[in-house]
Design a protein around this ligand. Structure first.
Ligand SMILES: Cc1cc2nc3c(=O)[nH]c(=O)nc-3n(C[C@H](O)[C@H](O)[C@H](O)COP(=O)(O)OP(=O)(O)OC[C@H]3O[C@@H](n4cnc5c(N)ncnc54)[C@H](O)[C@@H]3O)c2cc1C
Length: 497
């Protein structure tokens, strides 16, 4: 089926997803289209989602965003990765950084050489050979226009939307305040024809982007696009979120601390910390979760704790008829690896690349949906792996996670690494091989075998090669400023007069 040319885009919802879509469309192809965004201040935004992955920097670069200004206006801090505590076993600690591990050969990635050296007793922990990881663990950060350090941000979600709104409105986006009361559809095609607001106003468009959050007002409410439930793999369905005073120095990483039936997040910003308890309501009541949460925060609350309920899974048709879902309306994996903002930004830039100027076609819809599905399934597997590879047996929650059957695509990755030491990343996958390795080894998955490349080096050569990498990293990290000092000199808000 071929539809008419697309000129008018209507975005429903103004959370992070809505304003990311508005900013991408207006800044990149604004002169060719009209963009209207409708949002309701009364409903507001979900108010969580403050940690990101490095692709956000590419998105910002495409929008021409000045990093200092963005960081200043959103109270942002640097994220070099995630620190995991108590995941494989109680008392365990490991780090998933955004960095590259050691020096690889075309024959085999670095960890094969490291495994051989470790077997010979001349290697330190894998974490010794990653610059970003060492910078994070030492609380250091520095960047420059020529720096190749891999990093992302933490920011205040209540400030990020308004930041993108200013950018979008300057680029021509029209914002309408109001509550959507009805979604009108063409009785024959089912295409959306208009959004009717409670005020009586009608908003018409050729293409609609559903950014209404967990409600999915257009994509599900009107179009019944279907939802694939992943709660048998990702069983957490609840979160308590609260802002607190700083808990100490501003660390350049997110903390994910496992508890009896889920995990606790700490996201440090320049002026405060976002904290949350993610849990499975099958294994922990809301009251128990609240008690456990309040016992963990360790800092003075700045807001009241809020409970949020969600269902993990993906919308079966992200693009259905003349509507595309972005953000939480398109599904939710779970917050562990902070990937939802990445997915909405990829969706927005993909729409710019595949924009249906001459009309929406089925082939275009199928292509968009296939690319999105592949992407989201790889992330889903990566996140499930954190749970599947636990050795914890101290609660029913962890025993069930350890014993659950996982998707075949993940089983294949786990078995391959266990048997041969091989890990991989597929094209366009957000998590590189270095990420898979850090989490696999951090979760105590031990390979039985590995590439023999390292055997072509003498013990002394292996020891010296690893020592040289470590010494170079240690020297570079020692010369960096503390993250807090970097923030002060780079992007701190002026002191109030
Ligand atoms: C506990 C938790 C933690 C998370 N942590 C992270 C993280 O660290 N990193 C990450 O990348 N993602 C995270 N996410 C996901 C993240 O919250 C979302 O990706 C992000 O906040 C964007 O949400 P959204 O814009 O899709 O929805 P929302 O913020 O809910 O925005 C919905 C918008 O739609 C509007 N709206 C709804 N109904 C109507 C109506 N009838 N009429 C008019 N307007 C309407 C609302 O007013 C609002 O503007 C987390 C999610 C949860 C649940």
């Amino acid at each position: 089926m071929t539809r008419p040319p697309v000129k008018k885009v209507v975005i429903a919802g103004g959370g992070t997803a809505g304003w990311c879509a508005a900013a991408a469309l207006s800044k990149m192809i604004g002169p060719l289209i009209e963009v209207t965004l409708v949002e309701s201040d009364e409903i507001g935004i979900i108010g969580v989602g403050e940690a990101t992955v490095p692709t956000i920097r590419t998105f910002h670069h495409l929008l021409g965003i000045d990093e200092r200004q963005f960081m200043r206006e959103t109270n942002a801090s640097i994220k070099l990765g995630i620190s995991f505590d108590n995941w494989a076993r109680k008392g365990d600690h490991y780090f998933h950084s955004f960095g590259v591990l050691g020096k690889s050969s075309w024959m085999a990635p670095f960890h094969h050489i490291w495994l051989e050296a470790r077997a010979k007793g001349v290697a330190g922990p894998l974490s010794d050979y990653c610059f970003e990881l060492q910078a994070a663990e030492n609380g250091k950060f520095e960047t420059s226009p020529t720096s190749r350090i891999n990093y992302a941000y933490h920011f205040d979600t209540g400030l990020y939307g308004p930041f993108l709104r200013r950018l979008s409105e300057a680029a021509g986006v029209t914002r309408i305040e109001g509550k959507i009361a009805r979604v009108d559809q063409n009785p024959e095609s089912g295409d959306i024809t208009a959004l009717k607001l409670e005020s009586g106003q009608t908003i018409e468009g050729d293409l609609y982007i559903d950014c209404t959050g967990l409600r999915g007002l257009l994509i599900e409410g009107a179009l019944k696009s279907g939802y694939e439930d992943w709660s048998h793999w990702l069983s957490n369905d609840s979160a308590i979120a609260m802002q607190t005073e700083p808990t100490g120095a501003i660390v350049p990483y997110t903390q994910a601390i496992a508890h009896d039936a889920g995990w606790h997040w700490r996201i440090p910003l320049q002026n405060r910390v976002g904290q949350g308890h993610v849990y499975s309501s099958q294994h922990m009541s809301d009251d128990q979760a609240m008690d456990s949460f309040m016992a963990t925060v360790g800092a003075k609350p700045l807001t009241k704790p809020r409970t949020i309920k969600y269902r993990t899974g993906r919308r079966l048709k992200i693009w259905n008829k003349n509507c595309i879902a972005m953000g939480l309306s398109s599904g939710f994996i779970e917050p562990l690896e902070s990937t939802n903002i990445h997915l909405m930004q990829i969706a927005a830039t993909r729409l710019v690349q595949l924009f249906p100027f001459d009309g929406i076609t089925d082939a275009l819809i199928n292509r968009f949906n296939k690319l999105t599905e592949d992407e989201v399934v790889n992330i889903r597997d990566f996140v499930i792996m954190h749970y599947k590879l636990t050795e914890r047996d101290d609660t029913a929650y962890w025993r069930e996670r350890r014993d659950m059957a996982v998707p075949y695509t993940l089983t294949e990755r786990i078995e391959m690494f266990r048997d041969t030491g091989h890990a991989w990343q597929v094209a366009d996958e957000v998590f590189r091989i270095d990420s898979w390795l850090q989490v696999m080894t951090g979760q105590r998955l031990e390979p039985k075998s590995w590439h023999r490349l390292g055997q072509m080096m003498t013990v002394e050569q292996s020891r010296d090669a690893l020592a040289a990498i470590k010494s170079q990293i240690d020297k570079a990290v020692a010369a960096m400023p503390a993250h807090g000092d970097f923030l002060k000199s780079y992007c701190a808000l002026p002191e109030p007069a």
